[in-house]
Design a protein around this ligand. Structure first.
Ligand SMILES: C[S@@+](CC[C@H](N)C(=O)[O-])C[C@H]1O[C@@H](n2cnc3c(N)ncnc32)[C@H](O)[C@@H]1O
Length: 340
């Protein structure tokens, strides 16, 4: 390495060691002492904040100075306030905004304690991965836990779909593994004539119904309980896989695309919205955090398939007119089942 390369590499190595330790520990501590809640309604002076968070004020002040360095808090007229960045991603909001890191802070820091920090033992075969909450979920609470995680970063995938999915002639979409319907709701709000059958597990049905009722879309979003891997999908003129296929290997993805093909009317469309997980210039740490869990499992379907295989997969199944849009670290593939 020359000196320029060495300097860049030094920064990266420093980030690997120091940044991750400082950032996650600060987020966890801020969350544990209730700092984001206490500052959600506006700035507070140090003493008030120390009382409200049951902190030693001299220590809290140093902690706040650390948080200021990493852009989570700022000073306003001698009081402490959340930055706009912290307000978006870490403060509680009365309405879910589909772009918050709040549930992940708790989840990832608990997994760090119980699993990630023991990874050597996992690799040695001495520890297996056990999910904090049973998976697949079978109760409403278990589904609520996982669906809360999924819906927390839906904003940009929903935006990609509303901006680029071609649904102009579509009346009935089957949304396979559709969460509790935030993407379905965004599509319904964008296309006033479509109805959506949303496939999910039995334990998610109440959550789907409550979410669509809250958005005035009960008539247009219908939960359908079936096993998306095993059972045929309802007949429709579009099948949507939003963040479903990306971790599956080529064989599994082909099987899922075939199921979509079988459900579609001639002229119908398949729509695949996937995270990009295979760019080593920009590793997908969200996916990697799951992949690390797969190391400790006897069996897992998680893979590192490149999305560039989709055109061939889709054509082999019989689809035509494959298109690709790429934005917001996601890809959107669309293709058409030829008219008979
Ligand atoms: C990764 S989430 C994706 C949710 C949503 N499409 C999104 O992009 O946020 C997977 C979804 O599939 C559902 N699911 C998991 N296994 C399933 C199965 N065997 N049959 C039907 N749905 C399933 C989960 O409950 C969850 O809602």
């Amino acid at each position: 390495m020359n000196d320029t390369e060495l300097f860049e590499a030094t920064n990266k190595a420093y980030d690997m060691v120091f940044k991750s330790a400082v950032e996650l520990s600060c987020l966890k501590a801020a969350s544990d002492i209730g700092l984001f809640e206490q500052l959600a309604d506006g700035p507070r002076d140090l003493e008030t904040l120390a009382r409200a968070t049951e902190s030693v004020s001299a220590r809290l002040e140093k902690f706040l100075i650390t948080l200021q360095q990493i852009n989570l808090v700022e000073q306003q007229d001698g009081a402490w306030a959340l930055t706009p960045f912290a307000t978006q991603f870490f403060a509680p909001t009365s309405q879910h905004n589909n772009l918050t890191m709040r549930p992940f802070v708790e989840y990832i820091s608990r997994l760090s304690e119980t699993y990630y920090m023991q990874l050597a033992d996992v690799v040695h075969g001495q520890i297996d991965f056990t999910s904090l909450v049973p998976h697949p979920p079978t109760t409403r609470d278990e589904s609520l836990f996982y669906e809360t995680l999924h819906r927390s970063n839906i904003h940009f995938v929903a935006k990609l779909l509303t901006e680029h999915a071609d649904l102009s002639n579509v009346k009935h979409i089957v949304d396979v593994g559709g969460g509790i319907g935030d993407i379905a709701a965004a599509l319904c709000e964008h296309y006033p004539d479509i109805a959506i059958s949303l496939i999910n597990l039995p334990s998610a049905v109440e959550l789907i119904n409550e979410n669509s009722a809250a958005r005035g879309l009960s008539e247009r979003i219908r939960p359908v309980v079936l096993n998306m891997y095993r059972e045929p999908y309802p007949k429709c003129d579009a099948v949507l896989f939003a963040r479903i296929l990306y971790p599956m290997n080529e064989q599994f993805s082909t099987m899922m695309c075939q199921k979509a093909y079988d459900a579609l009317e001639p002229g119908g469309r398949i729509i695949i919205a996937d995270l990009i997980i295979c760019n080593q210039e920009r590793p997908n740490y969200d996916y990697l955090s799951h992949y690390l869990c797969a190391i400790g499992m006897g069996f897992s379907v998680l893979d590192f398939k490149s999305h560039t295989i989709y055109p061939d997969v889709l054509k082999r199944v019989g689809f035509r007119d494959v298109t690709l849009h790429e934005a917001y670290d996601h890809v959107l593939y669309q293709a058409v089942k030829p008219a008979a």
